[in-house]
Design a binder for this molecule. Structure first.
Ligand code: SAM
Length: 263
């Protein structure tokens, strides 16, 4: 029986699995990490396309079955454990290709972005709505903290949609395959990264408010600082580009160097 609490919705259609591998751009020179191999269908196809596959599965029952199922493959390293505890810093350059457990989508993405020094790209099957938030541009309802946090470190692109009916058991939501190339340098330069993210979080925690109201907890004179940054104080957070958030963070830092970056 699939375990719902471990996000077990399996993909068996070989043509969809082939498309995932094609858009990932994996070659025989790559080490690929697969999070949650499940029954190992994608794992086997990855083992044929990549140099090495590290497959991390938490479920003991599936892990036991996989050990047997994958024993013919000498380039698969099967790991029994929680992906959120895996030491990504200890492996060399790697790509991630996975149909991930949806209940920990954001923690997985942030854990991987923390390991970005060696992370070349991620090709992830995730809930369609989350994919839309990740790629969202300003002036849309999907645009928010997740869009900015991911786009700061990576270039995301939705590659294709997988309807819910392709999974077993059938989930309540459709999925999207998203490809993210890790940027060599963050998309914008900021002097105080923590303050930059603190401003973004404060802005979106009150997204219906004007910036001068939403950002009052950051600095009392925020209205003047917004004007200094060339941003009209009556605008809302969802209209600001990542470059404008960076400019504002630098102006705040310059004017009020003692402002703490803790949230
Ligand atoms: N890759 C398979 C497929 O496409 O059919 C399975 C995908 S299923 C959406 C997610 C998989 O992640 C399951 O096998 C589940 O047991 C595993 N999983 C859940 N939580 C995990 C965790 N914290 N660490 C590693 N694997 C996990």
């Amino acid at each position: 029986m699939p375990k719902k609490y471990l996000g077990q919705n399996f993909l068996f259609d070989p043509s969809i699995l082939r498309r995932i591998i094609d858009v990932s751009g994996v070659t025989h020179n790559d080490t690929v990490v697969e999070i949650g191999p499940g029954h190992g269908r994608l794992t086997k196809m990855l083992a044929e396309a990549a140099g090495k596959v590290i497959a991390i599965e938490l479920d003991s029952e599936l892990f036991k079955k996989l050990k047997d199922e994958l024993k013919e493959f000498n380039n698969i390293e099967l790991v029994h454990g929680d992906v959120l505890k895996y030491p990504f810093d200890e492996i060399g350059p790697f790509k991630v290709v996975s149909n991930i457990p949806y209940y920990i989508t954001t923690p997985i993405i942030f854990r991987l972005l923390e390991a970005r020094k060696n992370l070349k790209s991620m090709t992830l099957t995730i809930q369609k709505e989350v994919a839309e938030r990740i790629v969202a541009k300003p002036d849309t309802k999907e645009y928010g903290v997740l869009s900015l946090a991911v786009q700061y470190y990576a270039k995301p692109e939705i590659k294709f949609i997988i309807p819910r009916g392709a999974f077993r058991p059938v989930p309540k939501v459709d999925s999207a395959v998203i490809h993210l190339d890790t940027l060599k340098k963050p998309k914008v330069k900021v002097h105080d990264e923590k303050l930059f993210f603190r401003i973004i979080k404060a802005g979106f925690s009150q997204r219906r408010k004007t910036l001068s109201n939403a950002l009052k907890p950051i600095a009392k004179n925020i209205k003047e600082l917004l004007i200094d940054a060339g941003i009209e104080p009556i605008r809302r957070s969802e209209t600001l580009t990542i470059e404008e958030f960076a400019r504002l963070a630098d102006i705040v830092k310059e004017a009020e160097p003692e402002i703490g970056s803790a949230s």
